[in-house]
Design a protein around this ligand. Structure first.
Ligand code: ADP
Length: 164
């Protein structure tokens, strides 16, 4: 069975993430969509909230499951018996970071490959952080995230504003 992991922050999940996951699900027998539990990044959504939004978004993909992990993605990949780590590439600016990460992971475990997928052109400029910025200013994010994610984004920012 060919297993891969798609690790990331998914804070929150966007249509750009879902495009990569769907394409990975066409290639691999099983994909673990893995939320990195990294409080140092000060995420807007808790791990539980991010998992719930991902689960709802991938409910139609029978060979994808949502999970979370701490620490090194390569260790998590090994634990899951994965042969690959799938990452999305948007712009040249992603390349340098991803290149270093893939090179380090190869040293840590040469048996696990990093597979890169080019973003689909309509999603090339979408990132969770850009979506958060637009939502925080009350802009329309419906082209980039699901209605449920949009609703939760506005609720989060309203909560923050009310507590000020
Ligand atoms: P990380 O903090 O690990 O970058 P992200 O949640 O931002 O986590 O991204 C997870 C993965 O999804 C990464 O491989 C990233 O490159 C990819 N990704 C994010 N947005 C897009 C997009 N719009 N198109 C293609 N890949 C994307």
């Amino acid at each position: 069975m060919k297993i891969s992991i798609c690790p990331g922050s998914f804070d929150p999940v966007t249509y750009g993430h879902l495009d990569i996951v769907q394409r990975a699900a066409d290639i691999f027998d099983h994909v673990y969509l893995a939320v990195l539990n990294n409080p140092d990044k000060h995420p807007l959504f808790t791990v539980e909230e991010r998992i719930a939004l991902l689960e709802e978004s991938i409910s139609m993909l029978s060979n994808v499951s949502v999970d979370c992990f701490d620490g090194l993605a390569i260790e998590y990949a090994k634990q899951k018996g994965a042969l690959a780590i799938v990452r999305g590439l948007r712009a040249v600016t992603d390349f340098e970071f991803e290149f270093k990460l893939a090179a380090m992971n190869r040293v840590l475990d040469p048996e696990i490959e990093t597979v890169f997928m080019m973003t689909s052109s309509e999603y090339s400029f979408i990132s969770s952080s850009a979506v958060k910025e637009v939502a925080s200013l009350g802009g329309n994010v419906s082209q980039w995230v699901s209605p449920k994610v949009a609703q939760q984004l506005y609720a989060k920012f309203k909560e923050k504003e009310d507590s000020r």
